[in-house]
Design a protein around this ligand. Structure first.
Ligand SMILES: [Zn+2]
Length: 434
């Protein structure tokens, strides 16, 4: 991905770099894949392309730490080519791939295989999250040391929980030694058993089984206790309940190494949207109540929730055309997440733009130990350029993703990424940019 390294000067934009406490109009000079200088009135070296960015916002490259690329094994839904094109178009310079592929990355060779495919096909950086258990079956631990040595940045059985407490304890002990977090999907299946949406009035009206919040709350409470005992770090995937915000807030107050992420739909929609959008609003964890939505916004504002991610989960139209009970869980998110989060959080005054940028950049970089997430001299030249006031409409037919399973089609949003730069190279440029 670095075949033609060049210089690129970004002038006149508002540079927001939370890791370096920068928020001012400045120029950024990128040379040979690295940030060389951030300052005023920088002079372009010879053969340097200049982008004039007055009125736009220049940030470290956005990192989506929760993506289902579907390759290998489910290429009818997405591939590394289409998934990373969607990432670039959504403003992401790096993504972390969840392990529910076939084969799953539960052996070093499978981690290496995904990295090799990404080196060939990806237009943004791709990191691999290795399995916690063999085959993601929740029965025997995967060789976490070998996965880490092969390049896995964290461990998850995402899509499925690790129900067995003893396994989870050992996984935390090992991940603590390795200095890489567990990144679990928290859901007691004995509680959600056969459910397809939040357990509440809407599920009863639709005549489908519900997924009680206790399924999430109880497993997170268990795992926080295991963190207390083992010292292993936990980065909890996609929290959705007010109860889990309280649990994580208390764990942080105690000083435990517990962090968490939220997905845009969990601070935007409720279970009532399942009635409106059907299977396009079916995901796990499910859309909850307005009380939970408010808890997500409060958790983002007070720092309890560290990161925002998409859980980009492509499925074919045929798969989503099944009944609510039978259709698979998940929605695509890479091409809507930045607009949704600016619209829902910044435009409403719940978060300022630098705080939102931090949750998409330096926070995931810090938690997952990734390069990027900052724009100081010597840092990787991964840059996202935002137009925070651009008004646009979500048009799933125009997605770069192979799939279009979203409940946000036709939604008017404010703010989006207009240029995406990876390693100093433009990988996306909005066609409407002047
Ligand atoms: Zn999950």
């Amino acid at each position: 991905m670095n075949e033609q390294l060049t210089s690129l000067l970004l002038t006149g934009g508002r540079v927001i770099d939370p890791a370096n406490a920068v928020d001012r109009v400045a120029d950024v000079l990128l040379v040979d894949g690295r940030v060389q200088q951030v300052g005023t009135d920088l002079v372009a070296p010879a053969d340097c392309e200049t982008l004039h960015l007055e009125g736009l916002v220049v940030t470290p490259g956005f990192i989506d730490s929760h993506v289902h690329l579907r390759e290998p094994g489910f290429e009818q839904k997405e591939t590394i080519v289409t998934g990373t094109a969607a990432a670039a178009a959504g403003g992401f310079t790096a993504i972390a791939a969840m392990p529910n592929t076939n084969p799953p990355p539960d052996a070093a060779e499978h981690v290496v295989d995904v990295l090799r495919r990404a080196a060939r096909d990806a237009c943004v950086r791709v990191y691999v999250i290795g399995c916690i258990t063999e085959g993601r079956r929740g029965q025997r631990l995967a060789p976490l040391e070998e996965l880490a040595a092969a390049g896995a940045i964290a461990f998850s059985d995402d899509g499925d929980p690790v129900e067995d407490e003893g396994l989870m304890r050992r996984a935390l002990e090992i991940s603590c030694r390795l200095g890489r977090p567990l990144f679990p999907h928290e859901e007691f299946r004995r509680i959600t058993d056969g459910g397809c949406m939040h357990d509440g009035e809407v599920a009863r009206r639709l005549g489908v089984r519900g997924m009680p919040p206790a399924a999430e709350d109880e497993m997170i409470a268990r795992d926080i206790e295991l963190v207390r005992q083992t010292g292993g770090a936990l980065h909890i995937a996609h929290i959705s309940t007010a109860g889990t915000v309280d649990l994580v807030r208390a764990a942080k107050a105690e000083g435990l190494p517990v962090t968490c992420e939220v997905l845009p739909h969990h601070f935007l929609m409720t279970d009532a949207d399942v009635e409106r959008h059907g299977t396009a609003a079916k995901m796990a964890p499910p859309l909850r109540t307005s009380v939970d939505v408010e808890a997500m916004k409060a958790g983002l504002a007070d720092g309890t929730i560290d990161t925002i991610a998409t859980d980009h989960a492509p499925h074919t139209a045929q798969e989503k055309a099944q009944s609510l009970a039978a259709a698979p869980f998940g929605i695509v998110g890479l091409e809507t997440a930045v607009g949704l989060s600016i619209t829902a959080l910044v435009e409403t005054g719940r978060l300022d733009l630098p705080t939102l940028v931090e949750k998409w950049t330096s926070a995931p970089a810090r938690i997952l130990g990734l390069p990027g997430g900052r724009l100081g001299p010597g840092d990787v030249a991964d840059v996202t350029i935002l137009d925070p006031k651009r008004r646009w409409m979500v048009e799933p037919a125009k997605f770069h993703s192979k799939s279009a399973n979203t409940p946000f089609g036709g939604t008017e949003l404010t703010g989006r990424a207009v240029i995406t730069i990876v390693g100093g190279r433009l990988v996306y440029r909005d066609e409407d940019l002047g």
